[in-house]
Ligand binder design. Structure first.
Ligand SMILES: NC(=O)c1ccc[n+]([C@@H]2O[C@H](COP(=O)([O-])OP(=O)(O)OC[C@H]3O[C@@H](n4cnc5c(N)ncnc54)[C@H](O)[C@@H]3O)[C@@H](O)[C@H]2O)c1
Length: 373
């Protein structure tokens, strides 16, 4: 990264953007590194963005060198080191997930192409906007010059929610609950898993498996705990009257910090939704799937070799199926563009799942074949 870290945030005037910006500008994520913010919005929110810029000036953050407000992704992403994609088409009442995907696929095609055209070749991109996994897949597919390792989608909020619920159940601090995993999609099909690799870290450094601490609550862990975490976002909306913003912004900041600055502690994992180019845990290649990840030197690595129970395998298949359906919905939109028209011709005889697999094998860096045409 250059001396000044250039961070672009799309949807910056929204709820999450408003809570996230101070975490970035204050040095919470990048310490005392000088940073420049590029705030991207659609035209109707530009006035609100100007107000946020005024507030940022009034905060007198020592590390903040400049704030740009724009409606042009090419301007926002030029030489950007970090891009956080929060802006997207919101889910409206009665809207199905498929419709949401189609609306967002157009937006994330534009974002991916702009990243490809002007961002730093080392840019790191975190996708927050829903449907986060598939938006991330679309963006990385279009940004074919950027390694797929430089992208991830946010499942860190679900990870924190799962940790917090286990801590409440055990009556311990959240900080002592380690290696819970969110598998799959950032949606209600995700599988929050405390038992496969989860442990309690005691004050003297002893690691006690959650499976033994929760031995009397195994029913709870495989039923109520799962649905509680899966539906937490919906529940917050019911109670707060608006979707999670404070916790989503905090999780976004913590994900960036762990991924790009501190890394994970030895033996610890966090949940990140990443491009599955290797078929980890038997999951189809070619989708963005949340896995347990270790982070080091600005890279993520999926922790391999965990032994999954039959229940876990069943749950992974459910969320994998949903992601493949999302891929199909996105593909239906993308096939109208020239890049994807070539792709669908080449793949017209393939089933959806074999397309996801063969794309990875055919391309050198594991991206859609379409993005390379
Ligand atoms: N991954 C997660 O854990 C997680 C958690 C909570 C919310 N979310 C998602 O994050 C997104 C943002 O949530 P929010 O509460 O801030 O929503 P919001 O509606 O308050 O803000 C979204 C902002 O994006 C802007 N926007 C829309 N299209 C844009 C585009 N093409 N380019 C740039 N900006 C654009 C809007 O003008 C708006 O200001 C939503 O998609 C939400 O579902 C994800």
């Amino acid at each position: 990264m250059n001396n000044v870290t250039k961070i672009a945030i799309s949807g910056a005037a929204g709820n999450i953007g408003y809570a996230l910006i101070p975490l970035l500008a204050s040095g919470y994520v990048f310490g005392d590194r000088p940073i420049e913010l590029r705030l991207l919005e659609i035209p109707h929110a530009l006035k609100a963005l100007a107000g946020i810029r005024m507030e940022l000036i009034d905060c007198a953050f020592p590390c903040l060198t400049d704030v740009l407000c724009t409606t042009d992704p090419l301007e926002a992403f030029e030489n950007a080191d970090v891009i956080v994609l929060v802006g997207g088409y919101p889910r409206k009442q009665g809207m199905e997930r498929k419709d949401l995907i189609q609306a967002n696929t157009n937006i994330f095609t534009t974002m991916g192409r702009a990243i490809d055209d002007v961002a730093s070749p080392d840019v790191k991109v975190l996708v927050v906007a829903n449907p986060a996994n598939t938006n991330c897949l679309v963006a990385l597919s279009e940004a074919s010059s950027i390694p797929t390792k430089n992208f991830c989608a946010l499942s860190y909020l679900d990870h924190q929610r799962a940790k917090a619920q286990i801590a409440i159940k055990l009556g311990v601090s959240t900080n002592c609950v380690k290696n819970v995993t969110i598998w799959g999609n950032h949606s209600e099909t995700q599988f929050p898993d405390a038992l496969t690799d989860g442990y309690f870290l005691s004050d003297n450094g002893e690691k006690i498996p959650l499976s033994s601490l929760l031995a009397n609550d195994l029913d709870w862990v495989s039923t109520d705990f799962v649905t509680l975490v899966q539906n937490r976002g919906k529940h917050v909306i019911e109670v707060r009257g608006n979707s999670s913003a404070l916790s989503a912004a905090q999780a976004t900041a913590d994900c960036l910090k762990t991924w790009l600055v501190t890394g994970t502690q030895d033996g610890e994992t966090v949940s990140m939704a990443v491009y599955n180019d290797k078929g980890y845990y038997g999951i189809k290649k070619g989708i963005v799937f949340s896995f347990p990840c270790e982070c080091k030197d600005g890279n993520w690595y999926v922790k391999n070799g965990l032994s999954l129970s039959d229940l876990a395998l069943e749950k992974l298949e459910i969320t994998e199926t949903e992601l493949l359906e999302e891929l199909e919905a996105a593909h239906n939109v993308l096939s109208k563009t020239s890049r994807f028209r070539a792709y669908s011709t080449a793949s017209s005889t393939m089933s959806l799942t074999s397309m996801a697999e063969s794309d990875t094998e055919l391309s050198t860096s594991g991206q859609f074949l379409a993005s390379r045409i």
